[in-house]
Design a protein around this ligand. Sequence first.
Ligand code: GLU
Length: 634
Amino acid sequence: MEALRLKSGSRATPLPVSPRTLGARMLGPWVLLAVRCGLLLGAGLWVCVQAQTTAPAAIAQPEGASKIVQNPGWHFQKQAVAAANPLATEAGYAMLAAGGSAVDAAIAVQMVLTLVEPQSSGIGGGAFLMHFDGKNVQAYDGRETAPAQAGPDLFLATDGTPMAMKQAIVGGRAVGVPGALRMLAMAHAAHGKLPWAFLFAPAIGLARDGFAVSPRLAALLAAETALQKDPVAAAYFYDPQGRSWPAGHLLRNPELGAVLQRIAIQGPDALMTGEVAQAMVQSVRQHPSNPGLLQLSDLASYRPLLREALCTAYTVAPKTYRLCGMPPPSSGMLTIASILGTLDFTPAASLPLVSGRPGADWLHLYSEAARLAFADRAAYVADPAFTPAPAGDWLSLVQPAYLQARAAAIAPHGPVMPQVQAGRPGAPQEPLGWAPMAEQTEHGTSHISVLDRWGHALAMTTTIEDAFGARLMVNRGKGLAGGFLLNNQLTDFSFSPEGADGKPVANRVQAGKRPRSSMAPTLVFDADSGALQLSGGSPGGAFIIHFTAKTLYGVLRWGLSPQAAIDLPNFANMEGTTFLEKGRFAPATAAALQARGHQVLEIPLTSGLQVIARTPSGWAGGADGRREGVVLGD
Ligand code: GLU
């Protein structure tokens, strides 16, 4: 079959082309591809998958990991896809343009992200996907699970103390059973419109012909110290002298292309069983200094779950919204709903932005509300298959009466609360059974939002946990360069299985358990009409909760466009320290917070928000200029 070759490889040269024009340019070859695939269905889809995809031109991107680019915001009438890398967004948009559904687009995006944003997500990791089919909201759980041989001492050193985070991350120890691919197959079976194999064509083409290393990937590779120690990763990401590839370098990943081709033809079992599964198990168990416990049976038996979405009401008079997200094992939506609900019992709603930014009065209230919410998160949230919800219902943690009682501890003008502890929803008689989990650092992850022509939509946050995950690149040993990276998601469990008082930590390691997450893929609806209002989310570890809460508050309460809400400076508070995004707040803001007793730390807060939201005249998209995302649609 003749290849649909437009260009060989892709370059990072910024072109003076609007995303809309670029999308239209992509459309031609893809329609052709769709027609050819359709014609060839009877003859076998693999022929279609072999077709060469276009190698689209890049859109202006940040020059470094933390340089902020001013994105324009985007507008659409019908359909759109927002993702963290232009090549991935283009692949998703090509699926929409070819008549695909939101799920079809997300699968194409995820496969390209595995290749072009390997630091953040991929087929070696896990994901959560919120889906709206025009009537119902569904929560797909593709979270990693702990291997059957793992137990509460997984992250304890020989002297019984918790390991250092980095020591746990690098190697096989923290690798959980990857769930993203089987979850996507489950969602595709329910909501896909294009053939499964078709969705892999963009990633297979780019893997074979090469993609331009993005500035962000180049910067992260240059700063990396552990990835080089994995021989497969070293040979792929670094030149023979050990120098990381610069931005614009054309990188080919034939091994990933071959693996994706098998998955395209055979489905997720091509990853979870057979020679790819064997290669995963071998990488994990034979790591020279930090082996893990993954077995073939863990991979073969992994099942994604369909959960009931966690939805709460949020009123911005006269409108009431319904915020829907993942229930536990994610703490994302629960903690966001707790923060926003607690703020409703403070004077926060009367405080507008000050010079276009959140002012000190508002930040004080937000930080205090967040401390209360995070104290509950630390005590209660874990995999519901192992840990019962307090008062028998996770929503007990966000009931207005409960939050009102919690909010009474906040002094609107300071000082900060001296100490914050978990609350007792349902006012049970017995003492709290859990020790709080200490906050642990985490970074990585990617967010995808899609709206299709039927008004169906999804929000999917996807992760291999730390940047470059476990620093283990899986390769079947067939002489092809590259492969895919494995997650280190098990470090989202508490390293300490119990507190100082001997009580168990709810989120301790247990065989087959899913680690607590902060990921917060979010769908927002008009509570009266049921109409979809917004799809969004972000990477950022526990900061995800704050990045997403900020954006929801900006759009729903402050009336900002998605792009303007994303662009607001970031802020956070987990367990006491008030974090402000470095260089984005006036010095007087930090001083005013300090005067109320806040310990303020200004640091880069590199969110990667992607949002699509309804406007009076259609839909608006926003992508975070702190990373490399763009939105495409029509
Ligand atoms: N592993 C994290 C979680 O599931 C996400 C990591 C990140 O966003 O950096 O919550």
